[in-house]
Design a protein around this ligand. Structure first.
Ligand code: B1M
Length: 216
């Protein structure tokens, strides 16, 4: 008899919270071996663990070294699970340029968004983290992207998103591309105030947003 998937999720989450890299890899392999949906293992296991880590950091119970270990445990397990994510091959090909804005190295959320968009069958050009603002515009033009997705986790880096919108306007390219933003300090009101098209609360919402922004 295979293992219970809820138990696998719980253990994946615990390994992230504990910063247990070996354990996270072992449970990710267990998930694969037992044909547990890889996407669910990431979202209900690893991402849930990271949510708890964020809370502990906010409460001052965790410091940067603990958070880094947790992030590393999560990334190692994601690498094992990623090749097993089911990809929707029926989607029309949509290119999304994605990245974390300049000055910001928080890429855990962006990486989850990438996983979701990849598994929805979109072509994701991942620019990574701390991305110079002009790179978003350059990459969108180069790849003929339909959507630019920007993530920011700090109030100090959020204004970079508006600068990208302004750059697109000044280069006469704004109406060629849709803009989706996200990240914990952002909101739909903020998205509207900077002239973006939409805001994603979480990674799973991002897929529906890209679909609706590019429908027609
Ligand atoms: Co930092 N950090 N951190 N940190 N860190 C925050 C963001 C902070 C709020 C913590 C705090 O002080 N309360 C604070 C920012 C305060 C502010 O706003 N000004 C902060 C700070 C200050 C810092 C440093 C400056 C600390 C220091 O060095 N003194 C430094 C910054 C370095 C820099 O960026 N230049 C720093 C460093 C780090 C670590 C390296 C230790 C680590 C990052 C590791 C990594 O990402 N590789 C880290 C972490 C982990 C956090 C917290 C604890 C957790 C962030 C996270 O990963 N959450 C964070 C506290 C918090 O956010 N509550 C904090 C889990 C992740 C799954 O959620 O990213 O929100 P999130 O993504 C979600 C949604 O938002 C959405 O979907 C995702 C999944 O559902 N989403 C999108 C995200 N992007 C999207 C894009 C979309 C759509 C949806 O479309 C394009």
């Amino acid at each position: 008899m295979g293992v219970d998937k809820e138990e696998v999720f719980k253990n994946l989450a615990k390994c992230v919270v504990d910063g247990d890299e070996e354990g996270a890899k072992r449970w990710a392999e267990e998930a694969v071996k037992n044909n547990i949906d890889a996407y669910e293992a990431i979202m209900k296991g690893l991402a849930e663990g990271m949510r708890v880590v964020s809370e502990l950091y906010e409460k001052g119970e965790y410091y940067v070294p603990e958070v880094l270990l947790s992030a590393s445990a999560m990334n190692m397990a994601v690498e094992i699970l990623k090749p097993h994510i089911k990809v929707d091959k029926t989607s029309k090909p949509i290119t999304v340029v994605l990245g974390v804005v300049e000055g910001d190295i928080h890429d855990i959320g962006k990486n989850l968004v990438k996983i979701m968009l990849d598994s929805a069958g979109f072509k994701v050009i991942d620019l990574g983290k701390d991305v110079p603002l002009s790179e978003f515009v350059k990459a969108a033009k180069e790849h003929g992207a339909e959507v630019i997705g920007m993530s920011a986790l700090m109030t100090t880096t959020m204004p970079g998103m508006k600068k990208v919108v302004d750059l697109l306007v000044s280069e006469g390219y704004r109406d060629r591309v849709k803009i989706m933003i996200g990240g914990a300090p952002t909101t739909m009101d903020y998205a509207k105030s900077i002239g973006a098209d939409s805001w994603g609360k979480d990674a799973s919402e991002a897929v529906g947003i890209v679909r609706s922004l590019t429908a027609k």
